[in-house]
Design a protein around this ligand. Structure first.
Ligand SMILES: *[C@@H]1O[C@H](CO)[C@@H](O)[C@H](O)[C@H]1NC(C)=O
Ligand SMILES: *[C@@H]1O[C@H](CO)[C@@H](O)[C@H](O)[C@H]1NC(C)=O
Ligand SMILES: *[C@@H]1O[C@H](CO)[C@@H](O)[C@H](O)[C@H]1NC(C)=O
Ligand SMILES: *[C@@H]1O[C@H](CO)[C@@H](O)[C@H](O)[C@H]1NC(C)=O
Ligand SMILES: *[C@@H]1O[C@H](CO)[C@@H](O)[C@H](O)[C@H]1NC(C)=O
Ligand SMILES: *[C@@H]1O[C@H](CO)[C@@H](O)[C@H](O)[C@H]1NC(C)=O
Ligand SMILES: *[C@@H]1O[C@H](CO)[C@@H](O)[C@H](O)[C@H]1NC(C)=O
Ligand SMILES: *[C@@H]1O[C@H](CO)[C@@H](O)[C@H](O)[C@H]1NC(C)=O
Ligand SMILES: *[C@@H]1O[C@H](CO)[C@@H](O)[C@H](O)[C@H]1NC(C)=O
Length: 820
């Protein structure tokens, strides 16, 4: 049982290891690099064509190591600690076209072990401890490339059978121990055809037998850092006479220390080698003047790199087409020295070590098409007609990464063929003020990025109407010049206006740019990108508006976005993530495939430290909020309507409350002008006038009654009168209860007001007179009356003279008495 679990664990583990290889193309290409594997994982499909098995542990190769993989073409076994390769190792992978064994300490090659690989084209045996080129590869007739660099090989002679390898074209012997080359070492090369590349760099070559390479035809010979000394180089170059080579590369590798030329004739041997192209990485420093180019006059391409050349000499190149002077130490621009080169088509003077002085101009170069003067920290005051007066064919001009260039008036006269013009990272004066480019009607590419230009003139781009690519990052625009600048560039496909401090772009800025495909507005201060709704931008596929101040894009713009827009960068903008922007945020969430770095689209937050992604915004919460808002609004409206109704219904009470509140605020100040206010029904008026008024006002002391038909002020509303004159203006209230009183709404109202006035005081201030008997049931109709009658004594009117007398005495007493 225990054993079973252990073994199943081991099986699982080994399958896991197989799966640990990375599938690069399903069934075809796998990488098991650096997995510490000691076998080919069984999970590798038999259909595999490319297997990278580098950096594993294979040590001993034999037939069983590789399963039958008949489709395998490329096998990389770099640095697998392989020591021993048996005879039949590659039997199961016969169809390989490329085998890489770099960096294995191979001590034993089974004789003929490689001969199974009849289809092999590329064999890489770099750094495998090889000491000879006499490999048993007789059957590899399709071999094209043999790379045996960094070994211990002492002789470059190939096995004779290789002269029949028709496709053999590259032998890389760099970093071996070849010190001597004799004529018989090159015998196979002489027979092998004219398409061989031979790399002999970094060998300690001290002697070449003169004529060893006579009548050898090579495509490329690389002898950089191949000679043990300066003297060996001089002799070696001489001994190469009679060699025909298309491209010769010699000199040193970058980063190697310089040694001095002791001899002015060190390069003389070059005169007897037939080459078309020469690449010379100098590094050596001449102790006396050396004519570097003297033996290069028949070359078509000359590249001189890191030359200690201060002044360019006059060289009468016969058929030169391309000349490169890179990382040299020129002091002035050698315009005059090169101006006679009528065949020159391409001239590159770039990355000069010293700041290059503007020397003489290029006057007579009728075939010059390509001129690269970039990265020379050069200052030109008058460009470019003066500098380039005889170059009518010039199509490419690169003046980027220089100091400062002053454009002269009509700066490109005579340069009408220019198609590509690059000024980036060079200060360009005056371009923003004049239509300097007006005659460049073939210009396709213009780069003025970071050229310290302020575009002032809306006609700055007047003329180059064929412009397809315009890069103008890191410049400035005066006012709204940017809105007019492009109106004639109808063929523009690529516009880079990043980091230009643009705050606003008028929708019509890109009006005529119907071919625009890429628009880069990164790093400006734009708040809106409404111009996107413009129908002219329908071809746009890429838009970069990251690092701006955009808070939202309105729905009508989102709906009109160009249909082919497949790449938008909106990141690093202060996106407004609020419920009013749900359309926009929903659009962000739904278009994450189109958006570049959607994970960097953050919401604007108050604290800069808290990052909140727009894609994490919860739109559902907005739906809830919306619902809540609707419910709340409905409730609010209902309450308001209800309140208004109540206010309307009880306006008198409210008014009265106000007065009461006012009264409470200043108690004591209140002066009563009447002793009593009489509440009665107008049907009882006769009684009130004849009896009540008669008895009270004419008695001693006279009691001043407030009677509505007599004492209410004209012109004032009844309610105000009731409140101000009656209830507030009288010390006591007399209520005359009768059948009519109960039926009258006004009376009930007055009584209710009266009660509320004295709510906090004693009810003794309300004196009830029952004028006629009323059913108890009916008294309940009047709010508080029934209760009042039950709790308090009241006066009852009677016609009987005795009780009548008592009635008046009690009434008078009740009125005159004070509460306290
Ligand atoms: C590689 O595998 C061997 C056994 O095959 C093991 O001893 C060694 O520790 C492994 N090395 C690493 C780095 O995993
Ligand atoms: C390897 O094969 C060669 C012939 O191809 C044979 O002569 C030699 O004996 C074999 N060596 C071994 C160890 O099998
Ligand atoms: C190499 O080719 C020869 C002749 O064609 C053949 O006899 C021999 O078996 C081949 N060797 C291998 C290892 O295939
Ligand atoms: C290179 O070859 C020479 C003989 O030509 C030998 O003396 C020297 O040891 C070899 N160098 C190495 C590193 O094997
Ligand atoms: C010469 O060799 C190169 C590879 O080094 C190859 O691409 C080219 O086709 C070959 N040309 C001829 C004419 O064989
Ligand atoms: C250049 O070529 C001419 C003939 O085409 C030849 O006479 C002359 O020696 C060559 N010069 C050099 C330096 O190779
Ligand atoms: C101009 O030269 C610079 C620097 O050498 C290079 O980076 C740039 O690509 C060149 N411009 C063009 C349009 O080739
Ligand atoms: C655009 O071109 C027309 C004629 O082709 C010209 O009249 C107009 O001034 C140009 N406008 C700009 C801004 O270059
Ligand atoms: C959009 O792209 C398709 C396919 O690439 C193309 O056929 C179509 O013309 C393009 N539409 C526009 C408006 O450019």
């Amino acid at each position: 049982m225990n054993f079973f679990t252990v073994s199943s664990f081991i099986i699982c583990f080994s399958i896991g290891a197989g799966e640990s290889c990375t599938k690069i193309t399903e069934n075809l290409h796998y990488s098991c690099m650096g997995r510490n594997l000691s076998y080919i994982p069984p999970s590798i499909p038999s259909s595999i064509q490319t297997l990278d098995f580098s950096f594993n542990v294979l040590k001993h190769l034999k037939k069983t190591v590789f399963p039958v993989l008949s489709f395998l073409r490329v096998l990389d076994l770099s640095r697998c600690q392989i020591k021993h390769i048996e005879n039949d190792t590659f039997y199961n992978v016969k169809n390989l076209t490329a085998l890489i064994l770099t960096g294995n300490p191979i001590t034993y090659f089974g004789p003929g072990c490689l001969n199974f690989l009849r289809n092999l084209q590329r064999l890489v045996l770099v750094d495998v401890g090889l000491s000879s080129l006499q490999l048993q590869i007789n059957n590899l007739t399709k071999l094209q490339e043999l790379r045996v660099g960094t070994n211990n090989i002492q002789s470059m002679s190939l096995p004779p059978f290789m002269s029949s390898f028709k496709d053999f074209s590259l032998l890389d012997l760099h970093g071996n121990n070849i010190s001597v080359i004799k004529t018989h070492h090159t015998a196979v090369f002489r027979e092998i055809g004219r398409n061989m590349t031979l790399i002999l760099s970094r060998n300690p070559l001290s002697y070449i037998e003169p004529g060893a390479f006579k009548d050898v035809y090579l495509r490329r010979l690389d002898i950089r850092s191949t000679f043990a000394s300066s003297a060996a180089q001089k002799a070696g170059l001489k001994a190469l006479y009679g060699l025909n080579v298309k491209r010769l590369m010699f000199g040193k590798f970058r980063g190697e220390f310089k040694f001095q030329f002791s001899d002015a004739h060190v390069l003389d041997g070059l005169c007897f080698i037939h080459f078309q192209e020469i690449y010379y990485y100098i590094i050596e420093r001449p102790s006396e003047p050396v004519s570097i180019f003297r033996c290069m006059i028949n070359a078509t391409n000359v590249i001189v790199k890191s030359g200690v050349i201060h002044e360019m000499e006059y060289v009468f190149f016969h058929e030169i087409k391309e000349l490169y002077l890179l990382q040299d130490q020129l002091l002035t621009l050698p315009g005059k020295q090169l101006s006679h080169l009528h065949t020159l088509e391409k001239l590159v003077i770039a990355h000069n070590i010293e700041p290059l002085r503007a020397g003489t101009s290029f006057t007579d170069m009728p075939k010059l098409q390509y001129l690269d003067l970039s990265s020379n920290r050069m200052t030109l005051t008058r460009c470019c007609t003066t500098l380039l007066s005889g170059t009518p064919q010039l199509r490419y001009l690169n003046l980027s990464q220089n100091g400062e260039i002053g454009l002269e008036l009509g700066g490109f006269d005579g340069l009408a063929s220019l198609e590509i013009l690059d000024f980036h990272h060079t200060r360009v004066l005056d371009l923003g003020y004049y239509s300097s480019l007006s005659n460049l009607k073939y210009l396709r590419y213009l780069d003025v990025s970071y050229s310290s230009i302020t575009f002032v003139n809306i006609f700055s781009f007047y003329g180059p109407n064929n412009l397809k690519i315009l890069k103008m990052a890191g410049n400035k625009f005066k006012g709204d010049v940017a809105s007019y600048l492009f109106s004639n560039l109808t063929l523009l496909e690529h516009l880079d206006m990043s980091y230009c401090h643009v705050v606003e772009l008028h929708p019509s800025s890109f009006k005529n740019l119907q071919r625009l495909r890429l628009l880069n507005l990164r790093g400006n201060n734009l708040m809106t990108i409404d111009f996107l709704a413009l129908p002219d931008l329908k071809r746009l596929t890429s838009l970069y508006v990251d690092k701006n101040s955009i808070t939202s894009i309105p729905l009508h713009v989102l709906q009109k976005l160009p249909t082919n827009l497949s790449e938008i960068d909106l990141s690093s903008n202060p996106i407004d993530c609020s419920c009013s922007q749900t359309d926009f945020i929903l659009w962000i969430i739904q278009n994450q495939k189109v958006l570049k770095q959607p994970e960097n689209i953050f919401c604007k937050t108050l604290s800069p430290s808290s990052d909140f992604r727009a894609t994490d915004f919860d739109i559902d919460s907005c739906v809830h909020k919306k619902r809540l808002t609707i419910v709340l609004s409905v409730c609010f409206v209902t309450v308001v309507v209800l309140l208004s109704f109540l206010v309307y219904r009880f306006q008198f009470y409210l008014q009265y409350c106000c007065i009461l509140l006012r009264g409470y605020r200043s108690p004591g100040q209140q002066e009563c002008s009447y002793d009593a206010f009489v509440i009665f029904s107008s049907y009882d008026e006769v009684w009130v006038m004849n009896e009540l008024m008669e008895n009270l006002e004419n008695g001693v002391p006279p009691i001043q009654l407030c009677l509505h038909m007599r004492d209410f002020q004209a012109g004032k509303s009844i309610t105000s009168n009731i409140i101000d004159e009656g209830i507030m203006g009288s010390r006591k209230i007399i209520v005359v209860v009768s059948q009519h009183f109960i039926d009258s709404a006004w009376c009930r109202f007055e009584f209710e007001l009266a009660q509320s006035r004295f709510m906090l005081e004693r009810n003794a201030n309300i004196i009830i007179i029952i004028l006629e008997d009323v059913e108890e049931r009916k008294t309940k109709k009047v709010f508080g009356l029934h209760k009042h009658l039950k709790k308090n004594t009241y006066l009852k009117w009677s016609r009987d003279p005795l009780s009548n007398m008592r009635f008046w005495i009690r009434l008078r007493k009740a009125i005159i008495s004070t509460n306290q």
